[in-house]
Ligand binder design. Structure first.
Ligand code: 1GP
Ligand code: MG
Length: 232
């Protein structure tokens, strides 16, 4: 039984987002989107990025073609096809974000239940993590964007609620979960799931998007597990 500290239950479980949080992959999406937009003499900016990151591919694609005004020339589906070949070359070079392996290894060593919940589909997940298998193996389970239980992408809570249900000894109260996220949609999804969220945003993301988070860090290296997580 978790200790009740104040009005909320103590944190005992952790859910990690992946792109932009554990892996430095958001830059690949940006690079490819800039290449495609250049053909239409348009530029990509962080206000648009803020609306796309964290979402399921087709949902982010719709935002992209509509917000940039190119939907009459390029459908969301055709955008996904066009970017695929470029992403498939970039994803296998994905590097870990600073502090990612240290935090995952620390929590795993302490017996804290940890898992992954990402908007990335399986084929992209495999490409991005192929050099980091030993680290991702420490996750109790992994919920992907194309999981049948994930009806809607972030900011819907689906992926985090599905992740919460897959630990042993369920159902576990959402209040016992701490989510690590980089994206506004992801942080909102965590709050929609009734969970606490530590946001580690890209410094280029406007700080107005930080308000929803329970804690904002500039890097995972700054996180002190002792301040937030009860090691059961
Ligand atoms: O949920 P994450 O792992 O950030 O993945 C989102 C991805 O679809 C790119 O924005
Ligand atoms: Mg992310």
């Amino acid at each position: 039984m978790a200790a009740v500290s104040g009005k909320r239950l103590a944190i005992t479980h952790v859910i990690f987002d992946m792109d932009g949080l554990l892996l430095d992959t958001e830059k690949f999406y940006t690079e490819v989107q800039e290449i495609i937009l250049a053909r239409f003499n348009k530029t990509f900016d962080w206000s648009l990025k803020a609306k796309m990151m964290g979402k399921k591919a087709i949902e982010a694609a719709r935002v992209f073609v509509e917000e940039t005004g190119i939907s009459d020339s390029l459908s969301a589906e055709d955008f996904l096809v066009e970017r695929e070949a470029m992403l498939q070359k970039l994803f296998p070079t994905s590097e870990l974000m600073p502090g990612a392996s240290r935090l995952i290894e620390h929590l795993h060593a302490k017996g804290v239940p940890i898992c992954l919940a990402t908007g990335s589909h399986r084929r992209h997940f495999e490409l991005k993590t192929q050099r980091h298998g030993d680290l991702f193996k420490l996750m109790h389970h992994i919920v992907l964007g194309d999981d049948p239980e994930v009806k809607q992408g972030k900011p819907s809570p689906d992926v985090f609620l599905a992740a919460a249900r897959r630990f042993e000894g369920g159902p576990i109260d959402s209040q016992k979960f701490l989510v690590f996220e980089d994206a506004p949609a992801g942080a909102l999804a965590a709050k929609n799931a009734g969970m606490s969220v530590v946001m580690v945003p890209d410094p280029r993301l406007d700080s107005s998007h930080h308000a929803i988070a329970d804690q904002v860090l500039s890097s995972l290296t700054e996180f002190n597990p002792k301040t937030k997580i009860v090691v059961v």
